[in-house]
Ligand binder design. Sequence first.
Ligand SMILES: *[C@@H]1O[C@H](CO)[C@@H](O)[C@H](O)[C@H]1NC(C)=O
Ligand SMILES: *[C@@H]1O[C@H](CO)[C@@H](O)[C@H](O)[C@H]1NC(C)=O
Ligand SMILES: *[C@@H]1O[C@H](CO)[C@@H](O)[C@H](O)[C@H]1NC(C)=O
Ligand SMILES: *[C@@H]1O[C@H](CO)[C@@H](O)[C@H](O)[C@H]1NC(C)=O
Ligand SMILES: *[C@@H]1O[C@H](CO)[C@@H](O)[C@H](O)[C@H]1NC(C)=O
Length: 380
Amino acid sequence: METSKFTFFTIFLFFVFTENLSTASRTKSHKTCNFPAVYNFGDSNSDTGAISAAIGEVPPPNGVAFFGRSAGRHSDGRLILDFITENLTLPYLTPYLDSVGANYRHGANFATGGSCIRPTVACFSQFHLGTQVNQFIHFKTRTLSLYNQTNGKTQFCKEVLARPKDFSNALYTFDIGQNDLAIGFQNMTEEQLKATIPGIIENFTIAIKLLYKEGARFFLIHNTGPTGCLPYILKSFPATPRDRYGCLLPLNNVAMEFNKQLKNKISQLNKELPSSLFTYVDVYSAKYNLITRAKNLGFVDPFDYCCVGAVGRGMGCGKTIFPNGTELYSSSCKNPTNFISWDGIHYSETANMLVANRILDGSISNPPLPIQKACKLTKN
Ligand SMILES: *[C@@H]1O[C@H](CO)[C@@H](O)[C@H](O)[C@H]1NC(C)=O
Ligand SMILES: *[C@@H]1O[C@H](CO)[C@@H](O)[C@H](O)[C@H]1NC(C)=O
Ligand SMILES: *[C@@H]1O[C@H](CO)[C@@H](O)[C@H](O)[C@H]1NC(C)=O
Ligand SMILES: *[C@@H]1O[C@H](CO)[C@@H](O)[C@H](O)[C@H]1NC(C)=O
Ligand SMILES: *[C@@H]1O[C@H](CO)[C@@H](O)[C@H](O)[C@H]1NC(C)=O
């Protein structure tokens, strides 16, 4: 019973959405998409405050350079996702997990720092991609049911909730996979880790298909960055071979293999799922370019970072409170614009902006569409 009802509902929705889309595609093909909303899935590269809301505040000096306060982001300012929503003239995304001052009129952010694609116990966060998709489904079901109860007439429906018709016209963005690879690298050889990639891509595909079933049609998928260039990784593996620029060779090889399989899968999904448009974004190249051209771009040593933790290295940006009550603060970070890396793991706002600019104009996208046109339904 349960299953047949679900299937009926899904098939029904499917027809409703495809019907709307074919009209939309005819009228839209030469104009901008006017995405009414963005739904994002990912890890700390695009977490706009979920971990702050769910677990504990990301401490200052995170956020102070742009927001003037800690804004739940691991950076001195905006993330790539923030530049994307700015470009689409939409507000910054509220984390799904944030219950204070939340507004979901133009989308929601399901990304949480530390997340993996797969539900690995070793992962830094519980909120793996499958959970994020479950949260989205709950979000959508609750939204539709609240609309239904009140015919969308309440102030809350009009101002705070997502509009039901926007789900199929929204842009669905993804930046996840880095933690699956970084965690695997802690106890696996390059070859062992490469062997896990098809399984990771398989889980990613399951997530995408679930969202498609829910009516998502326009997907913007970032590949994974050169994790082997992150300062904290370099410090963790001092004896591992480097490439000519100083990045960890085996881990970047794994990242490139992941990206190759991701790209293949995305072009397959593009053919397989009717009325969809998948845009694959080569964030790896854009980030790697920053590293290799650091000097020309006016950055200091690309493996140096701005916010150095008070204790240890890497993740220590901000305040550390010990059980005995002692509080230690990070060394001050005066010129974040000079750095590619903000805290040894995450990128500075300046670096994020340079990468985002290449996403916005379509120069690292396949198909090479500016983001505002990433809904065009012509297949090639
Ligand atoms: C991911 O894959 C594993 C096995 O490869 C499976 O057990 C798990 O249920 C999958 N999770 C999701 C959310 O797809
Ligand atoms: C909306 O309400 C109608 C009538 O009560 C019901 O048949 C339908 O299943 C509801 N839809 C949703 C999405 O809750
Ligand atoms: C690496 O560690 C994880 C658990 O943290 C374990 O599941 C996995 O089997 C280990 N892999 C290897 C190759 O030792
Ligand atoms: C509290 O613990 C920290 C870290 O172990 C140590 O550096 C500090 O001196 C301790 N403070 C006191 C008052 O014991
Ligand atoms: C969005 O990005 C495109 C491509 O770089 C640019 O032409 C456009 O002016 C930007 N729009 C806004 C509102 O920032």
